[in-house]
Design a protein around this ligand. Structure first.
Ligand SMILES: [Zn+2]
Length: 382
């Protein structure tokens, strides 16, 4: 059957699937909830004729890899994630609501709509006789920068992507916008130690760690460059009592980088500021809490974008003009590192992800599934 016809005739089944996986919620840290989502996805995928492989970890819920035509030549991959940022119950008793042309609920665009898009596209292609290997990789800790499955999880994304012709990361979409690059993220904690003293009787015997932290924060913040590395000190805690010269202070920094070399540069800036004692008598250390590599802008990503743009216009699916980049990170970083031309933000469209106002446009399931499927047909004809 024609791919577009299949998508139009079968989208309702996929909307039900989409609603059901959102109802199961699944905060990244709640392993059993996220595994329930993965169980549901597996059951559905098997019933659609796909084969599934699960990977388990000590702290993260399972990653699942869903394959179609696994014995054939490598075709294309899809990437999505099964976890959300929300604690259970954040959306009330009835977590998912459909109203008019929108669906509201935890993870509807981030990223469960993307899972539905990917599976519908895979199924439509198979029903159309597409016979190359298609694969969907679903991670379970994307929202916490793969910090639960750690390098073991990241290695799975890289290994499972390697050798495929292109990758579609079905993350949160915006009408007309497809991403070819994303920032990398480094999060670190800086601890400053000073010396406690009575703030009235022995003021000059103390060394104020908050004062030292302030000196460092201003310098770190000011190292930010527009269109370059940005440093954002967003959390701070310090001191003991109002009448004690503060003996300790710690703060956290969120750093965004555009390429792998930026990471070294950013860390050397931080190191220099951490190791300098501006107040006199302080000692400071830093620890990297988590890091995510950037999705670098490659020629392959841009070439893939051009095909998508052309398909969008030619088949009147979506008007896409110029490629976009984002300051947020995603798992697309790792398919790019594996050498696969990748685009991101090609899941369902909507708005307000990471807030309880999150919604998705229901018709974007059909649009984006068509856009990806036709891009695959146009870029690797049978
Ligand atoms: Zn997210």
């Amino acid at each position: 059957m024609n791919v577009f016809d299949y998508i139009e005739k079968n989208k309702d089944r996929y909307i039900d699937f989409w609603v059901n996986i959102c109802k199961l919620e699944g905060n990244s840290h709640n392993k059993s909830d996220v595994n329930s989502v993965v169980d549901y996805i597996e059951k559905f995928a098997v019933s659609e004729g796909f084969s599934c492989t699960r990977y388990s970890f000590d702290n993260a819920a399972d990653y699942i890899v869903i394959d179609a035509n696994p014995d054939s030549e490598k075709g294309h991959i899809y990437i999505a994630h099964s976890d959300t940022v929300f604690d259970k119950g954040s959306f009330g008793d009835e977590a998912v609501k459909i109203s008019g042309d929108k669906i509201y609920g935890p993870g509807v665009i981030d990223c469960k709509g993307g899972i539905a898009v990917a599976l519908l596209s895979m199924k439509a292609l198979c029903e159309n006789g597409y016979n190359k290997h298609l694969r969907l990789i679903i991670t379970s800790d994307e929202e916490v920068d793969n910090s639960l499955a750690k390098s073991e999880g990241i290695d799975i994304i890289k290994t499972m992507s390697a050798g495929f012709k292109s990758a579609f990361c079905c993350e949160v979409g915006k009408e007309g916008e497809i991403l070819v690059a994303r920032s990398g993220i480094i999060r670190l904690t800086i601890e400053v130690k000073g010396k406690a003293a009575h703030s009235g009787i022995a003021y000059f015997d103390g060394v104020n760690a908050i004062e030292e932290a302030s000196q460092k924060i201003i310098r770190i913040q000011k190292s930010s460059e527009k269109d370059g590395i940005t440093y954002s000190c967003n959390l701070i805690t310090g001191g003991e009592r109002i009448n004690i010269v503060a003996p300790k202070c710690s703060f956290q920094v969120d750093i965004r980088v555009k390429c792998a070399e930026d990471k070294e540069k950013a860390l050397s800036v931080v190191k220099e500021i951490v190791n300098t004692d501006y107040t006199g008598g302080t000692h400071s250390t830093f620890n990297i809490d988590s890091e995510r590599m950037p999705m670098e802008k490659t020629n392959g990503n841009i070439a893939l974008f051009e095909i998508i743009k052309e398909v969008g216009h030619k088949y009147q699916i979506e008007k896409i003009d110029n490629y976009c980049t984002s300051g947020g990170g995603s798992d697309a970083a790792y398919s790019v590192i594996a050498g696969v031309p990748t685009v991101c933000g090609i899941g369902t469209t909507g708005d307000f992800c990471h807030t309880t106002k999150e919604y998705a446009d229901i018709d974007s399931l059909e649009k984006r599934a068509k856009l990806i499927s036709q891009t695959i047909l146009s870029s690797s004809p049978r």
